[in-house]
Design a protein around this ligand. Structure first.
Ligand code: ADP
Length: 163
């Protein structure tokens, strides 16, 4: 059985992430979308909220599950017996960081964890969680970037912050 993990911050999930999830779910028998519990990054959404958003978005995808992990991806992969990580590439600017990370993971795992990359569908190549947050923070329209329920949650967060 071919299994893979798609790790990321997903703060929040965008249509770009969802596109990578859909496409990789077709390539693997089982896909685990794993939200990284990252204490250094100043996240807008809690891990529980990010997991819930992803669960809702992947409701109809029978071979996709959502989980969270902290610490090194390689430790999570060993624990779950996973050997393939999926990542998305938007532009050449993503490449350097991703290459370094995948080589580090190969080194740490003795070659047991490989990373594959899907390049973004062109219509999502400009999308990032940070730009979505920036647009929402200023009350802009994010309906082309995230599902409606995520847009509503963003609105709630920033309305609370403006008070
Ligand atoms: P990170 O895990 O680096 O904090 P994200 O959670 O934003 O970043 O993204 C997780 C993965 O999804 C990364 O591989 C990232 O390149 C990819 N990704 C983010 N946005 C898009 C997009 N619009 N199209 C395709 N892939 C994307």
């Amino acid at each position: 059985m071919k299994r893979a993990v798609y790790p990321g911050s997903f703060d929040p999930m965008t249509y770009g992430h969802l596109d990578i999830i859909r496409r990789s779910a077709e390539m693997f028998d089982e896909l685990i979308v794993a939200v990284l519990v990252n204490n250094e990054k100043n996240a807008l959404f809690s891990v529980e909220e990010r997991v819930k958003i992803l669960q809702k978005a992947t409701e109809g995808m029978a071979n996709v599950t959502v989980d969270s992990f902290s610490g090194l991806l390689i430790n999570y992969a060993v624990e779950k017996n996973l050997h393939v990580a999926v990542r998305g590439l938007r532009a050449i600017t993503d490449f350097e960081y991703e290459l370094q990370m995948s080589q580090t993971n190969r080194m740490l795992s003795d070659g047991k964890l490989d990373t594959i990359y899907l390049n973004t569908s062109l219509q999502y190549s400009y999308l990032s969680s940070s730009s979505v947050k920036e647009i929402a923070a200023f009350g802009g329209d994010v309906s082309n970037c995230v599902p409606d329920y995520v847009a509503a949650l963003l609105q709630e967060k920033f309305a609370g912050r403006r008070k």
